[in-house]
Design a protein around this ligand. Structure first.
Ligand code: IMP
Ligand code: MG
Length: 191
């Protein structure tokens, strides 16, 4: 733990147990979709795509997909957010290209945290333009639910709801650092 970490919010065991549950749930839901499509989940299909949002989503997706005993492939997408002076002026921008072969596939977008929702709203719009068979949004953390703020998007799978604190670890960064912290911790701000 670095000097800038005030306390651990979610420990490794708790994260691992929740990720295991989420992986099982996602697999079961995807298999049900495949069967509805008339596709045997055990066959040599290429219908399921995991799509982590870089950079924050990489740790979560690495653990999550290993809890999914299902045939799947992976595409990555990079989004950077630009914090504005007000919540309304905050936004998200795509960096580089979006995969172009999502049509007809079951797409699972994976991100570290749902905060304002700008990031997931952007990706959702871009993915839906390609007419995927389905789209699921999956996040490790969700903020601000208790404040009752409307998010721009609904996440279908949420690891944990947290208070409005700045957290790091498990892929989440503070100024580019702490993504490798295996726990989720709260940053000491203003020091
Ligand atoms: P959005 O506001 O939902 O678009 O979230 C944008 C991005 O802000 C997330 O993908 C994270 O990378 C980052 N973010 C939001 N809250 C936190 C936090 O508490 N710690 C670290 N990154 C955060
Ligand atoms: Mg980030």
């Amino acid at each position: 733990m670095g000097p800038e970490i005030a306390r651990i919010l979610i420990d490794r065991q708790t994260i691992a147990a929740r990720v295991r549950e989420m992986g099982r749930q996602l697999s079961a839901d995807l298999e049900a979709d495949l069967r509805k499509d008339g596709v045997d989940p055990a066959s040599n299909h290429d219908r399921v795509v995991m799509m982590p949002i870089l950079t924050g989503g990489i740790v979560f997706v690495a653990d999550l997909m290993r809890e999914m005993p299902l045939k799947l492939s992976m595409r990555v997408v990079t989004v950077s957010s630009y914090p504005g002076a007000t919540t309304k002026s905050k936004g998200a921008a795509l960096r580089g290209a979006l995969p172009t072969d999502l049509g007809g596939r079951h797409v699972v977008v994976v991100d570290d945290i749902l905060d304002s929702g700008h990031t997931l709203a952007l990706i959702r719009e871009l993915v839906l333009e390609q007419n995927p068979a389905s789209l699921r949004l999956c996040v490790m953390l969700r903020k601000n639910v208790k404040r009752g703020e409307a998010h721009d998007v609904h996440a279908n799978y949420v690891g944990f709801d947290i208070e409005d604190e700045f957290v790091v670890g498990y892929g989440l960064d503070y100024d580019g650092f702490y993504r490798n912290l295996p726990e989720i911790g709260v940053v000491k701000l203003g020091e």
